[in-house]
Design a protein around this ligand. Structure first.
Ligand code: NAD
Ligand code: UD1
Length: 337
């Protein structure tokens, strides 16, 4: 089965390509390198022995995107990762986020309709839930006000997809990721954004290697067990596996719209994540307590029971595996970039 992966050179897209290829899927990628490097294609090639074709196209351009569908009439499914994803940046540049994230989805949907591609897997985020009262979050947890324009784009994209369902034979799977982190076990692929790292684990790596002077913990006065925010860090290989399982599910289900939470089920505070890093790597981390960051929710972690039952998916790795693999990748990354 041939699958189009948008954002295929990005963090989650590239790891998902590895998983898809290892399970026999044929993959085409599209990525305009707005937050990725072409070197990632070499990393994928080294691990899989396969040269993945990537279209360097801006997906907000629906006409340019059409070329991919013209060239590959046998695409049977699309995993749509491509988006801008920095919560803080979205607060400063909301229009950029709406422009990029909404228009790239519209362009994909228009082409799916025209070229009769049914199966869409969409990268959503736990940020759609906002500040919820009852943890853990299930797929039924009521959606609250978005805390950032980024989160709003994900809420809007989910609604756009739902509103589109009956206009053609669309079958959509919405995956709400919690906090993806860590790297591939080969040590040959991991997170390597072009834009300055903002997510916790890559920032920890940069602070530990001296690429930045220290890590700032964004707030220690939240109403949590140690005052820092709580998140659910999900290992990138577990997450990649869930995408392949979601594609298998998509091709077999009678429903045309299914939402899954993808998290480890464990809430980990920022200070606990630092301790896990220090314990697994033996490195001391220089960190300081700073102000709260705009757009942050206090605490969120997943109930992934639905994915366990319907996708037969169970996360197998924990925060220690995340820190260990990210640390191994950090050393390799410094040689590559
Ligand atoms: P990423 O930035 O590493 O990957 C996204 C890729 O999409 C990049 O390589 C970028 O160059 C590409 N891209 C962006 N806009 C494009 C456009 N208009 N045309 C073509 N290519 C474009 O991000 P990621 O961490 O791999 O995230 C993938 C998806 O998962 C995103 O939709 C993101 O919002 C979502 N998500 C990420 C996280 C996370 O913490 N990493 C959590 C929840 C949801
Ligand atoms: C958010 C979204 C997630 C989204 C992702 C994309 C929520 C709940 N989650 O993740 O769905 O797709 O962004 O990037 O909104 N931290 C520090 N110091 C740092 C960096 C982070 O203390 O230098 C803290 C943050 O305050 C947060 C935690 O670490 O508590 C994780 O932050 P980050 O990795 O940026 O992810 P989220 O913002 O949770």
């Amino acid at each position: 089965m041939k699958v189009l992966v948008t954002g295929g050179c990005g963090y989650i897209g590239s790891h998902t390509i590895l998983d898809l290829v290892s399970k026999g899927y044929e993959v085409v990628s599209v990525d305009n390198f707005i937050n990725a490097s072409p070197v990632i294609l070499d990393c994928i090639n080294k691990i899989t022995n396969k040269q993945i074709h990537n279209y360097n196209i801006d997906l907000t351009d629906a006409e340019a995107t059409e070329q991919i569908f013209e060239d590959h009439p046998d695409i049977k499914g699309i995993i749509h990762f491509a988006a801008l994803k920095a919560v803080g940046e979205s607060v400063e540049k909301p229009l950029l986020y709406f422009q990029n994230n909404l228009n790239s989805l519209l362009s994909i949907l228009k082409n799916m309709k025209k070229y009769k591609v049914r199966n869409l897997i969409f990268s959503s985020s736990c940020s759609v839930y906002g500040n919820i009262e009852k943890l853990p979050a299930t797929e039924e947890t009521p959606i609250q006000q978005a805390e950032s324009p980024y989160a709003r784009t994900k809420q809007m994209c989910e609604e756009i997809i739902r509103d589109t369902l009956n206009s053609f034979d669309l079958n959509a799977i919405i995956l709400r990721y919690f906090n993806p982190a860590g790297a591939h076990h080969s040590g040959e692929l991991g997170e390597s954004p072009i834009n300055p790292a903002q997510n916790l684990v890559p920032v920890i790596m940069e602070a530990a290697t001296g690429q930045r002077s220290h890590l700032t913990v964004f707030g220690d006065d939240y109403p949590t067990r140690d005052g820092s925010c709580i998140r659910d860090y999900i290992h990138i290989e577990d997450l990649a596996d869930a995408h392949t399982k979601a594609m298998e599910f998509a091709t077999n289900t009678n429903d045309n719209y299914t939402i899954f939470n993808l998290g480890s089920g464990d809430g980990v505070s920022v200070l606990e994540a630092i301790t896990a890093f220090e314990k697994t790597t033996g490195q001391k981390l220089n960190y300081k307590i700073g102000d709260r960051r705009a757009g942050d929710v206090i605490a969120i972690y997943a109930n992934y029971e639905k994915a366990r039952t319907l996708l037969n998916w169970i996360p197998e790795r924990n925060i220690d595996d995340i820190m260990q693999s990210a640390w191994t990748w950090e050393e390799k990354k410094q040689q590559l970039f």
